[in-house]
Design a binder for this molecule. Sequence first.
Ligand code: HEC
Length: 127
Amino acid sequence: MKIFFSWVGVFIWFFILVLPKAFSNSLDSETGRDIFFKHCRACHGDKGDGKTFAANVLNPPPKNFTSENSKQELTEDRMIQSVTEGRKGTAMMPWKSRLTQQEIHAVVLYIRKSLMQLESPVEIDGR
Ligand code: HEC
């Protein structure tokens, strides 16, 4: 009986603690990736390096997220701001009417994590 209860206990804790977290994280990065591929890839490229067909005709060109310069220059806050409000005088348009704050957050996180290879797990949890 004791064994039964302790296993049930572990099982329940697993559901309460582990699953929602794993689920919300993967959900987030999937949402972010989906949004990136749907809305951002045409200019910023699969790898986020800005080497796209569109880059030939855009001045200034889309940001190369993978450059050292970008990694230093682009804070998470600045990226969220730029995606929300756009960059005046550039092809980077404001997305606030098309994406929710949560979606903007998710896509910025995707860029930082998967394309810029930044971002510690702590910051992901800290939202
Ligand atoms: C029509 C082309 C285009 C699309 C689509 C596009 N961008 Fe951009 N993006 C640009 C250009 C051009 C710049 C460079 C702006 C500059 O130099 O200030 C840029 C810059 C950025 C920056 C850096 C801004 C800064 O603070 O320097 C971020 C972050 C960004 N884009 C994210 C996104 C995200 C996320 C999406 C999709 C939701 C997206 N972009 C879609 C063209 C595009």
